[in-house]
Design a protein around this ligand. Structure first.
Ligand SMILES: Cc1ncc(COP(=O)(O)O)c(C=O)c1O
Length: 392
């Protein structure tokens, strides 16, 4: 590829879009492939965006985000975690994904190592790779009660060249949740070793049986090498709005402005105004999504339990099931064949890191009716496959 440096030329399309792009706008497909539900962003948030437009909010603003939104994020986090955050530590670079990208760009040199807790969302690995870093993974263990990994196991996978570590809890795709004790051990280690910990907490409101997942913000010192990434996509059903935030060490504040200017010069202004409404009036809506998704998890667990070919370590958070289907050769073939035979879109496991080619990821954030229909079709497909194997 001419004019493209090797780290970029080597990149491959991830497995989620490799399956989804062929039938993206096809209404006959039940889409379990992306990380979103089917509920439109609520009226009060959309109205706030419309009002902002009508009020002429169409100009450049501060590249770390408008002050009123940064301050609303600080208040939201303070109330949620009983902390007292310095508002200057909050930046709004654009999406949560952009937050991870900028943090990775700031931390890594070509040839450094980056360590990712896996199974992991593929875009994380891609964004680390474009820095020129080598990406290592440390895999969670699948148990009958859920996915497990201790801080000590993560630390054991760190090399002398590791300069950044990525932890996503609650985890996409496994629903693993890191305990407070493990967070403390890992943060102490990163502080002592000066390794940038990128803590992706976009599923912070999606933990089953509790109001909020443990956050590194509850235990961090203001100058720890820690970037906590979060956003509006998941908890407020705002995936298309592309607004997220980061909480960084105060010493990085100015650099988030500089870096943001190199990407998109901050998040869309009228969307930022809508996000204030989301934070200030959205708690009831957040709770209703949380309940719906928790029930969605129970529906998937119930549909798959005791199935001879499906092993599902139950998720403890986020909104995905990551079952293993025995006797399949390739998760990509499985996902493509399922799509064409049953009009159900799932994400193939291989794209979530090594060791996952017999897994598929199912997003259970869709309405329960669609979820049940899609799961029935998946079970049908596996049954037909069983019958064909018996005959051949
Ligand atoms: C773990 C994780 N981090 C970040 C993101 C991106 O969030 P955003 O839509 O705000 O870019 C996702 C989206 O699926 C995700 O699963």
């Amino acid at each position: 590829m001419k004019g493209v440096r090797p780290e970029i030329a080597r990149l491959e399309q991830n497995g989620i879009t490799a399956v989804a792009f062929s039938r993206l706008d096809d209404p006959s497909v039940i889409p379990f492939w992306f990380g979103e539900g089917d509920i439109v962003t609520p009226d009060f948030i959309r109205d706030a965006a419309k009002n902002a437009l009508d009020n002429g909010e169409t100009f450049y603003v501060h590249t770390r985000g408008i002050k009123s939104l940064r301050s609303a994020i600080k208040t939201y986090l303070d109330d949620l975690y009983s902390i007292e955050l310095d508002p200057d530590r909050v930046s709004i670079p654009g999406s949560a994904m952009l937050g991870v990208t900028i943090a990775a760009q700031m931390a890594l040199n070509k040839g450094d190592d980056a360590l990712v807790v896996s199974p992991h969302w593929p875009n994380i690995e891609t964004t680390y790779r474009i820095t020129g870093a080598n990406v290592n993974t440390v895999r969670q263990r699948e148990t009958s009660t859920g996915w497990e990994l201790s801080a000590d196991e993560i630390i054991a996978a760190v090399t002398p060249k590791t300069r950044s570590l990525f932890v996503n809890s609650p985890c996409n795709p496994t629903g693993w949740v890191m305990s407070r004790t493990d967070q403390q051990v890992l943060l102490d280690f990163c502080r002592e070793s000066n390794i940038l910990l990128i803590a992706d907490e976009v599923y912070h409101r999606h933990i089953f049986g509790k109001n909020v997942a443990p956050s590194f913000l509850e235990i961090a010192k203001p100058d720890d090498p820690l970037v906590v990434v979060n956003g509006f996509s998941k908890a407020w059903a705002m995936t298309g709005w592309r607004v997220g935030w980061v909480v960084t060490p105060i010493s990085q504040a100015n650099h988030w402005a500089i870096m943001s200017e190199c990407f998109n010069t901050g998040a869309t202004v009228f969307a930022q105004h809508a996000c204030i409404a989301a934070l200030e009036q959205g708690e009831e809506f957040v709770q209703s999504l949380k309940t719906q998704y928790e029930q969605g998890a129970a529906i998937v667990i119930d549909a798959f339990k005791h199935h001879p070919r499906i092993q599902l370590a139950p998720p403890r958070g986020a909104f995905y099931a990551f079952p293993k289907i025995t006797n399949i050769d390739s998760s990509l073939d499985f996902a493509k064949q399922l799509l064409s035979a049953e009009d159900v879109g799932v994400a193939p496991g291989y794209t979530f890191g090594p060791g996952n080619d017999r897994h598929i990821r199912i997003c259970f954030a869709q309405s329960h009716e669609r979820l049940e229909l899609g799961l029935a079709r998946i079970l049908n497909f596996i049954e037909r496959d069983d019958n064909e194997r018996r005959v051949s």
